[in-house]
Design a binder for this molecule. Structure first.
Ligand code: IPE
Ligand code: IPE
Ligand code: MG
Length: 238
């Protein structure tokens, strides 16, 4: 039987724009509130014994948003990383960033590399920030690396691809939560999420907190994961 507490949760943090609109403010106001929600949920994961949290912060498709919004988001990521790194490090959280880093600004890359290097030996949980992340881009990048590594076609298997994903050491997500009520994957963890339990919450991301996470964990604990098999109690005699 699998553990009742997911080891790794992925979150598609959606609804910042709607939350801002409800408050009569621009999207960037919602994104700022979204950062506060990340802090709450990270703390709740630590308290509840969830080892790894992957958060979808910016997709490879989000560059198509209005320039002012993209700029505000990048500024916010940079600022947040700078402001929160000390506390994360003190709490023993390891920070990793997944996505096409070469398309980010040099100063953002520097921040990211610094945060990853400083927290590399931390063992009290992992925060995987998916930034300029796309599940398809990740698979394309893995394929490129297979070719670069000279792997012959008949040696390409799932393990060879998994080893070339952005975070090969992270276990696959057990649970993927999407907030703000939309029932779609939007290019998040396509490879790793093959057997993740999916959960959609109607709460807009800036309003998401410990109680919502607890509700998600209770729902997760009630699910029967099958991984394509047939649970013994369903097997009929004869
Ligand atoms: C998610 O909130 C945050 C990012 C994509 C960066 P949205 O900005 O997509 O919120 P809605 O979907 O417009 O409400
Ligand atoms: C997914 O949300 C991306 C992130 C949460 C970063 P979107 O708001 O971009 O997804 P769509 O456009 O509704 O599918
Ligand atoms: Mg959205």
């Amino acid at each position: 039987m699998s553990s009742q507490i997911p080891r790794h949760i992925g979150i598609i943090m959606d609804g910042n724009g709607r939350w801002a609109r409800r408050h009569g403010r621009p999207a960037s106001f919602g994104h700022r509130a979204g950062v506060r929600a990340i802090k709450r949920v990270l703390q709740a994961c630590e308290d509840l014994g969830v080892h790894a949290l992957s958060i979808y912060a910016f997709s490879t498709e989000n560059w198509t948003r209005p320039r002012a919004e993209v700029r505000a988001l990048m500024r916010l990521f940079h600022e947040t990383m700078q402001r929160e790194i000390d506390e994360m490090h003190r709490r023993g959280v390891r920070i990793v960033v997944s996505g096409r880093r070469e398309e980010l600004s040099p100063r953002m890359r520097e921040r990211i590399e610094d945060a990853m290097a400083r927290t590399a030996n931390n063992r009290n949980g992992i925060l995987n920030v998916c930034l300029n992340y796309g599940g398809r881009a990740e698979i394309v990048d893995a394929a490129r690396n297979l070719i670069r590594d000279g792997v012959p076609a008949d040696e390409v298997d799932e393990a060879a691809i998994s080893a070339r994903t952005y975070q090969p050491d992270l276990p696959d997500p057990d649970l993927i939560i999407r907030t703000a009520g939309e029932h779609r994957v939007s290019n998040f963890l396509l490879w790793q999420g093959a057997y993740a339990e999916m959960l959609v919450s109607d709460t807009l991301w800036p309003d998401f907190g410990e109680d919502d996470l607890k509700a998600a964990l209770a729902e997760y604990a009630s699910r029967v994961r099958r991984f394509g098999g047939r649970p013994e109690k369903e097997v009929m005699a004869g």
